[in-house]
Write a protein that binds this ligand. Structure first.
Ligand SMILES: [Zn+2]
Length: 448
């Protein structure tokens, strides 16, 4: 049976034991007069229960409340702020102190990075670093809930810093307004205990994995697309890494991005929260983090599945005979360099506008899906989705000047290669796609 040892004005709540026994059993006495408010008292009572009734709350104690907080290694306001953690047996004051001494680097402030950063900051991780070189865009607001309309055009790190420091001014927040690459990853990652990979592309995933393995830092991974999400924890002592799971990147043109394929807004919210949870588990040394387990979430049927995988003894970076001992060129490794469109195959939105205005009217070929075409399209453009190009090339005249466009310029780059291989010579790719056109030339055009 639970025994309460209270004295003073709260004596009516006393159950079992008397003051003498209470004092003998307790290692600390808390003078009720020094408990500033009821909420504080409730929190203290919760600690007291949690710590195995080692506290005695009395009106004639010689120990002060501030001494108690000091003994927990937390300030009075931290004690209130984290009270829901402090009563959890698997966190408690010791775990909270651990979080306070820890640091986490969140790479990417997108749909995953925003919830992960919010939870890590509010959990009391002592130092949180945020890395992103992008500006806030309207299409971000659908899922990156820390940003608002007032932030459009601002650097993401600046807008995030402003909001996060309001959530919890008691932690240290460090902004890195850069794109993580082979030249800065080792140094940046080296400063932190755990890394959250909240990026959205393959080169960054291999880069973060390798830099984490080389510096023995856990890499908390997640990715999302459409209604699906995946999460795992790589690069822990004896645990497998991203390369153990995926030794080789898939062919570059087989990978779709969220920008092209879309993503339901709550999916990165769920997966980013899972990443924060994983990082906290790793830092606390508690629970069973997703080491050697790929968690696969299907947001359509609301199911979680798990795929187990092991450390690969021939892994190029974490195996016993690694071939990767320093960071490499990840764009090249992922096959993105070879597929870049040569400069002369490209046309910018401004160049196209000038060409149209001068009366030169190139054939505008839209290779998106019909529903995208119905959202917005360039005037007098012809729609042939990229998948149908093979069979419909006959609809194009070989001697005409053709400008191909899609949403952001990726599918159209593939289309340009395909059309040129078929013998057309005057074909160019609209860089940045129709999105860039809407940004640069026609700001009335709907963007998606
Ligand atoms: Zn490995």
């Amino acid at each position: 049976m639970e025994t309460f040892h209270l004295a003073g004005p709260l004596q009516k709540k006393m159950r079992g034991g008397h003051k003498f026994l209470a004092t003998r059993e307790c290692s600390w006495e808390i003078p009720l007069l020094e408990v500033p408010c009821e909420a504080c008292f409730t929190n203290l009572l919760a600690f007291w229960r949690m710590l195995g009734r080692r506290f005695y709350l009395g009106s004639d104690s010689s120990r002060s409340l501030s001494e108690l907080f000091e003994s927990l290694g937390l300030t009075a306001s931290e004690t209130q702020r984290y009270s829901r953690h402090l009563v959890l047996p698997k966190v408690g004051p010791e775990g909270q102190r651990r979080l306070k001494r820890s640091s986490v680097l969140v790479v990417g402030l997108g749909g995953l990075g925003v919830p992960a950063a919010v939870y890590l900051v509010s959990a009391g991780v002592g130092r949180v670093g945020i890395v992103d070189s992008d500006l806030v865009e309207l299409s971000n607001l659908q899922r990156q809930f820390i940003f608002s309309k007032a932030d459009l055009g601002r650097r993401k790190v600046d807008a995030a810093e402003e909001k996060l420091s309001l959530v919890n001014p008691e932690i240290r927040l460090t902004c890195h307004p850069v794109r993580l690459d082979s030249s800065n990853a080792m140094e940046l990652i080296g400063e932190y205990d755990v890394v959250i990979d909240a990026t959205d592309n393959l080169p960054s995933r291999y880069l973060i994995n390798d830099a984490c393995v080389l510096q023995a830092k856990p890499d908390v991974f997640a990715s999302v697309l459409g209604f699906d999400g995946q999460a795992s924890v790589f690069s822990t002592p004896n645990g497998p890494c991203y390369r153990c799971l995926y030794p080789e990147p898939p062919p570059a043109d087989s990978v779709k991005s969220c920008e092209e394929a879309g993503v339901l807004n709550v999916i990165p919210g769920i997966m980013g929260s899972i990443q924060a949870n994983q990082a906290i588990m790793v830092l606390l040394g508690n629970g069973t983090p997703l080491i050697g387990r790929l968690l696969v979430f299907n947001g359509l049927d609301n199911s979680f599945k798990e795929i187990k995988f092991r450390k690969n003894s021939s892994c190029a970076v974490c195996g016993p005979n690694p071939t990767i001992t320093q960071l490499i060129d990840y764009e090249e490794f992922c096959g993105l360099k070879g597929t870049e469109t040569p400069a002369e195959f490209n046309i910018t939105a401004r160049q196209l506008k000038t060409a149209i205005d001068s009366g030169r009217r190139p054939v505008l070929l839209d290779v998106r899906e019909p529903y995208e075409y119905s959202l917005c399209h360039l005037e007098s453009s012809t729609l042939i989705p990229v998948e149908e190009l093979d069979t419909r090339l006959g609809e194009l005249k070989r001697d005409s000047e053709i400008v191909v466009y899609c949403h952001v310029g990726i599918r159209s780059a593939t289309a340009v290669r395909l059309i040129r291989q078929a013998g057309f010579s005057n074909v160019r790719n609209l860089q940045g796609g129709i999105d860039e056109w809407a940004r640069q030339i026609d700001n009335k055009m709907p963007r998606y």
